[in-house]
Design a protein around this ligand. Sequence first.
Ligand code: HEC
Ligand code: HEC
Ligand code: HEC
Ligand code: HEC
Ligand code: HEC
Ligand code: HEC
Ligand code: HEC
Ligand code: HEC
Length: 455
Amino acid sequence: MGATAVKRARYIWIPLLALLIAIPAGFYYVHWSQQGEGAGFYSRLWSPEAIFAYWAPDDFYDSVQSVEGRFEGPACVSCHSAITPGIVNDWRASRHARAETPVYCSDCHGDDHRRLHMPTPRVCGECHATQHGQFLDERRFGFPSHALALERALDANHFVDKPKAEVTACLQCHSVAAKCDSCHTRHRFAAAEARRPEACITCHSGPPHPDVESYFASAHGQIYLAEGAEWDWSKPLREGNYRAPTCAYCHMHQGQHQVADKPIWKFGIKQVNPLTSANRVRRKRWLEVCDDCHDEALARDALVGLDRERKRAWEKLYAAEAELRSLREENLFHPAAGSRPPYPNDWLDRLWPRARIGFFEGQASAFYNVSPIERDYFEMWYFDNLSAYKGAAHGDAERVQAAHARLDADLKAIRARADRLREQARREQAAGIVAPDPSSLWLNGEYTEFNREHN
Ligand code: HEC
Ligand code: HEC
Ligand code: HEC
Ligand code: HEC
Ligand code: HEC
Ligand code: HEC
Ligand code: HEC
Ligand code: HEC
């Protein structure tokens, strides 16, 4: 063996050694980042509100200390009849109170009043292993899902990047991961309540996810509105029991506590190939749902219609993205990346300030403090696109039409604004004008300062 070969063999240890240091350092960093006052990956960058104790109890709930003692179930009920009569009434009306062996306050909250807990799905799972198991199984399908909703919000860039006052509500909806009482509310815990579409309204409405709006406008929702009051909601959501489906009928088919095993388009925020083998399996699962009431051909056509709508929407979105990319090349975003405050957690943005265009460049983070034309694209993508998606998914034809008309108008407006920016730049150059540098205003303005201190 030559001397150089020996040397070369020695060099192999350098990357190996680096790896040996880097892996534990990585683990340590992740661990460290989760040790702050908040929770999740950015826990050191924000502090919790008091109400978070109820939305993410594992992270934030501490028992009240004002009452001391250990109590049997009936003692809890008796004192709480005076302290919280509404809760006791709801509990009395529930299956829990009427079960052969009643499920008392202490079964869910513990019996030591200085060490109470707010029950997470794990506690319910001690008696409802089937539902809890299905719920946890959602994790296999990745995002979005109820089981992963909390970490999804906490680990999202825009949760810490945005001013605190604007993001408190994130946890209220995304708490669905930490509480079984999202759909069957405490302390009735009624299955009948959860079968109705109203059970989903609290969270599944509003511009980025107009599920409720699109459902009520569909043939299914219209039938529910006209006749639902007369249906017998004590029946399980099974074939033959209901004339038209509700949210849970379709998304929790056969009462499965699993909402993530079917959706192909994943919230509609990126283009997917609807014909991969995994997506063919999902499509089959959808057809099994529709089969309860429809001929398979109608259902298949409806799903193909959704794919077509998505393709059309993405053609428009990509055209707008192309316009933005060309502006980025021409350096025409005002303020440009680098002249606007970096996102607090975004090291890449500090090292390499660059406008992020499109889902895969991390656009999700660019919700605010961007230039007007980038914001226009954000609204096109997040509101009008997602509205069109839900219209097509749920059979609200009017919404699809209106949202596509807006997508067309958005694209036109973005192109017109891009032309104006180019024209302005051309004129400034011709006249030898140097535009004033706004970066000090953006980087150290009142709004930026306030948010830096109040997250
Ligand atoms: C002697 C009366 C009394 C008895 C018995 C009693 N509680 Fe309470 N409980 C209270 C009072 C008073 C509060 C309000 C405490 C506060 O806000 O500081 C309370 C609050 C609570 C809360 C709300 C805590 C929070 O942080 O929101 C829960 C849950 C609770 N009790 C459960 C129980 C359970 C379970 C038992 C039986 C093991 C029980 N209680 C027995 C008086 C009682
Ligand atoms: C089947 C389980 C279960 C039983 C039984 C139960 N609770 Fe609860 N309770 C919950 C859940 C779930 C929450 C919400 C937890 C959260 O917000 O994270 C809750 C929250 C509470 C709260 C605080 C929130 C609020 O609305 O004020 C109080 C107080 C409370 N329960 C009292 C009681 C009392 C009193 C009883 C008995 C009459 C009782 N609970 C029985 C599951 C239960
Ligand atoms: C100590 C055991 C136990 C715990 C803990 C428990 N349950 Fe139950 N649950 C029961 C029993 C028993 C029944 C009644 C079953 C029956 O009568 O067939 C029931 C029934 C139900 C039902 C059906 C009600 C209906 O309208 O048909 C729901 C929903 C439910 N529980 C939800 C929950 C949730 C949510 C939690 C946690 C916050 C929870 N349970 C915690 C034992 C428990
Ligand atoms: C407390 C709020 C809340 C309630 C109530 C709620 N959800 Fe959700 N749901 C969410 C959140 C948050 C997400 C997105 C989670 C994420 O970011 O991964 C979600 C996601 C979903 C998804 C997408 C899953 C996927 O894989 O694409 C479906 C479907 C869904 N929910 C159906 C329902 C239905 C049906 C109901 C009513 C029976 C309901 N949800 C009630 C908060 C809620
Ligand atoms: C009104 C209830 C609600 C509020 C408030 C809310 N979300 Fe959501 N969020 C949802 C629902 C419902 C979905 C799933 C929509 C779907 O699948 O169509 C979702 C989806 C998401 C997703 C995408 C999930 C994925 O994996 O594709 C992220 C990330 C997210 N939310 C983060 C946040 C953050 C951060 C905030 C606060 C700024 C927030 N959400 C506020 C209900 C809410
Ligand atoms: C997204 C809404 C939603 C959430 C969250 C949810 N449930 Fe349910 N739950 C339902 C619906 C809908 C039904 C009725 C299913 C049917 O008709 O077959 C139901 C029914 C039940 C039943 C009665 C089952 C039966 O056959 O009588 C139990 C028990 C239950 N849920 C427990 C839980 C537990 C435990 C959790 C938390 C892990 C939970 N649920 C979370 C929507 C939900
Ligand atoms: C007739 C069955 C049906 C009913 C009823 C229904 N949906 Fe849907 N939903 C669908 C289909 C199909 C999709 C498209 C999913 C896909 O891309 O594969 C969808 C998409 C969704 C998504 C987005 C899933 C994702 O990740 O892309 C959410 C969230 C959702 N529905 C919630 C609801 C809510 C809330 C209701 C009631 C207000 C409801 N749905 C009623 C069939 C239904
Ligand atoms: C519980 C029964 C039931 C289920 C399940 C169901 N539907 Fe329907 N659907 C109906 C009824 C009833 C109508 C109204 C028929 C009419 O318009 O005359 C309808 C209407 C429709 C229409 C409008 C048809 C038209 O001619 O205008 C479409 C599209 C549709 N459903 C698609 C679906 C798809 C896709 C699924 C599965 C994801 C599904 N449905 C699941 C009962 C159901």
